[in-house]
Design a binder for this molecule. Structure first.
Ligand code: PLP
Length: 402
């Protein structure tokens, strides 16, 4: 008899985007003539930068010839040329990382979801609420106790640690999905001090670091002194460079980071993660790693920045509309997300249906990201400028006329 991992039965039954897809399918069936503007799922819409495509083609061409063909990559951690390029990128915003501490992945979701594998079941995991669902789900699957740090209207949806609460693993995401809030350096210093006082490890998701424009805001947890002793950083090229369909990311584990056995012995986290990856992961394809390295070249950074500027203009349009309508929100400034308070006390699914039925605009109900998302709603800046402007015009008419 095969026994199931019963932890999976503790997961919330439906994943947020499946619920949304069902509602959209039902709406489309009834209203086939209506054009929807989708500002829900956080997928990008602009193509890869030309220099990135060129590098990918060149990588593919190398695979076509015996002399340059590549099989498995020896270390499984990613080619050194890419790890060096990532280290150079960190250096450009003042953070020193050794290429040996960088591990290339097929994206941040896999590493966010897999990293709990190396941590014991007895860990208490602190997750900000609301949060990107992978953090909670992967720890529920692993049978760990999950507790929450409240991100709410009062703290600008940037939860801070409570020294009276004990935990072992902490997930932070800045700029945040879904709330668009960004931690200041002083706030991250507080988190680092808290983590160290607990001998806890912070798993810092920096998937949206490229959207930070304000130079005073940290783009990496490692901009904070002491973070190397208590943090892992997981990043992605999905939003930085349009890699959602190309798949590449990177994880930084400082060599000095340790966790503990039940009897208090220190264990090197980097080594254990490499051991785990050695058994379960065979690396990212060579042409994709060539493409990823091109992102970090001077020309690559200039070209990908153009796409980010385009999305940030959408964010500006959305923020301006909320300002005009007196709708409260966070995000939109150093983040591609606008997290808004549903007008007139509506619930987030109620507001979802209202926008869908009245103006055919699709967003994401905040409560799909946690309890504190109730009454809040996420819009993304990843659409076209025309659609974003059109959606905001429709929203203005709807709110003003009703
Ligand atoms: N982390 C956050 C906060 C995200 O919002 C996303 C994607 O939406 C990811 C990670 C996943 O990124 P990837 O496409 O690299 O798996």
């Amino acid at each position: 008899m095969a026994f199931i991992n019963e932890n999976f039965l503790n997961l919330k039954e439906n994943y947020l985007f499946i619920d949304i897809a069902k509602r959209l399918a039902a709406y489309r069936e009834k209203n086939p003539e209506k054009q929807l503007i989708r500002m829900g799922i956080g997928d990008v819409t602009l193509p890869l930068a030309p220099i990135v495509v060129e590098a990918m083609k060149k990588g593919a061409e190398e695979m076509a010839h015996k002399e340059t063909f590549k099989g498995y990559e020896d270390s499984g951690r990613g080619y050194l040329f890419l790890r060096e390029a990532v280290a150079g990128y960190y250096k450009s915003f003042g953070v020193e990382i050794d290429p040996e501490e960088i591990l290339i992945s097929d994206g941040a979701k896999s590493d966010c979801g897999n990293i709990p594998d190396i941590f014991g079941e007895q860990n208490t995991v602190l997750i900000t609420d609301p949060a990107y669902p992978v953090y909670v789900d992967s720890n529920v699957m692993g049978g760990r106790k999950v507790i929450y740090a409240s991100s709410n209207e009062e703290n600008g949806f940037a939860a801070m640690p409570d020294p009276n609460i004990k935990c072992d693993i902490i997930y932070l995401c800045s700029p945040n999905n879904p709330t668009g809030s960004v931690y200041t350096k002083a706030q991250l210093e507080e988190w680092v001090a808290y983590a160290k006082s607990q001998k806890a490890i912070i798993i810092f998701d920096s998937a949206y670091e490229a959207f930070i424009r304000d130079k005073s805001l940290p783009r990496s947890i490692f901009a904070v002194e002491g973070a190397r002793e208590c943090a892992i950083e997981i990043c992605s090229l999905s939003k930085t460079a349009g890699f959602t369909g190309t798949r590449c990311g990177y994880t930084v584990i400082p060599k000095e980071l340790t966790a503990y056995t039940a009897d208090g012995c220190e264990v090197n986290v980097f080594k254990i993660w490499c051991r785990r990856q050695g058994s379960k992961f065979n690396g990212v394809s060579y042409p994709v790693q060539c493409a990823a390295a091109a992102v970090f070249s001077e020309e690559g950074l200039t070209q990908t920045r153009e796409s980010i500027d385009y999305y940030m203009e959408n964010a500006r349009i959305m923020a301006e509309t909320c300002d005009e309508l007196g709708i409260k929100y966070t995000g939109g400034k150093n983040s591609p997300y606008i997290w808004l308070k549903c007008p007139r006390g509506m619930g987030s699914w109620e507001f979802f249906d209202y926008l869908l039925n009245e103006i055919q605009v699709v967003g994401t109900p905040g409560e799909g990201f946690g309890e504190n998302g109730k009454g809040w709603f996420r819009l993304t800046a990843f659409g076209t400028k025309e659609n974003t402007a059109e959606a905001m015009e429709r929203l203005k008419k709807l709110i003003i006329n009703n």
